[in-house]
Design a protein around this ligand. Structure first.
Ligand code: B12
Length: 228
């Protein structure tokens, strides 16, 4: 069909943002640095490059994967390209925000789940807003999350899950925290997570990194942490 054929043709690369999306989608790293430079020079904030180029490219890759146009090797290449763009933008992201609040946040992708790109963005943004973020990485057991939250006297736990099969791990973490006597708020996110699910497990939901920062600030305030 025309639709299927059009996918095989290269997308026209008229502007740097279109080109950047396309190169991430195709998992081609060579030109990423130049394109990012071009966008920064044109006045794009780093966060806008992430939202409009990186995330939208990965969304597209996810769709193509669902439609079996892309397979795992392509998914891996695109993810690596996306991570490369984050590395290129680290300095700009750190400069764009200044510390406004503080508190200790333990963040992790739940057990069985190795998706960490979104979690890494959220962790980076929280750090840029003055939180002390302890990032336990991906595929992290609830035991380890609880133990760290306890040892670090965390004000908040952030959890990421990208798959329907791993999302229930979030409920396990909330339950384990409560069993351990920790009443701290839990903030959850990730493509499959919904506000209703968060509600059902006694957690809070944020759809993206900007909202995660906002909610973390509110929740840590509400939790009574006074010192800066
Ligand atoms: C990149 C990717 C991968 C990469 C991951 C690389 C990495 N280092 O993360 C690789 C190739 C390794 C991978 C592997 C797999 N993947 Co994959 N992957 C994706 C893809 C294309 C993009 C995910 C992504 O990074 N998005 C960009 C980020 C920025 O978005 P995000 O994670 O949603 O994060 C944002 C928000 O959700 C939120 N957020 C995220 N975390 C948190 C945490 C907190 C606390 C808060 C507040 C907010 C928050 O803020 C972020 C910023 O805005 C998705 C498709 C999709 N559209 O989601 C599939 C997808 C998630 N993968 C999928 C699958 C099935 C797999 C595999 C099982 C494939 C396989 N057959 O092996 C394996 C999983 C192995 C495992 N055990 O985990 C499915 C899941 C289906 C489901 N509903 O359960 C998806 C949806 C693809 C699909 N359409 O089928 N994958």
């Amino acid at each position: 069909t025309a639709l299927a054929l059009s996918r095989q043709e290269p997308t026209p690369v008229s502007t740097p943002e279109v080109a950047l999306r396309e190169h991430i989608k195709q998992g081609e790293k060579a030109q990423l640095a130049g394109l990012v430079e071009e966008l920064l020079a044109a006045g794009w904030p780093a966060m806008q490059i992430i939202d409009d180029c990186v995330i939208s490219a990965l969304d597209k890759v996810g769709e193509l994967y669902t439609e079996r146009v892309f397979f795992l090797p392509q998914l891996l290449l695109s993810a690596a390209a996306a991570e490369h763009v984050f590395q290129l933008l680290q300095k700009e992201l750190a400069n764009e925000e200044s510390a406004t609040h503080s508190g200790v946040i333990v963040i992790a992708t739940v057990a069985g789940d190795i998706h960490d790109i979104g979690k890494n963005i959220v962790a980076l943004m929280l750090r840029n807003h003055g939180f002390k973020v302890i990032d336990l990485g991906k595929d992290v057991s609830s035991e380890r999350i609880v133990a760290t939250a306890q040892a670090e006297q965390a004000d908040l736990v952030g959890l990421s899950a990208l798959m329907t099969t791993t999302m229930p791990g979030m409920a396990d973490v909330v339950a384990a925290l409560r069993v351990a006597g920790l009443q701290i708020p839990v903030l959850v996110g990730g493509a499959v997570v919904t506000p209703a699910y968060a509600d059902s497990i006694g957690a809070h939901y944020a759809a993206d990194a900007t909202l995660a920062v906002k909610l973390a600030q509110e929740l840590i305030c509400d939790n009574g942490r006074e010192e800066a």
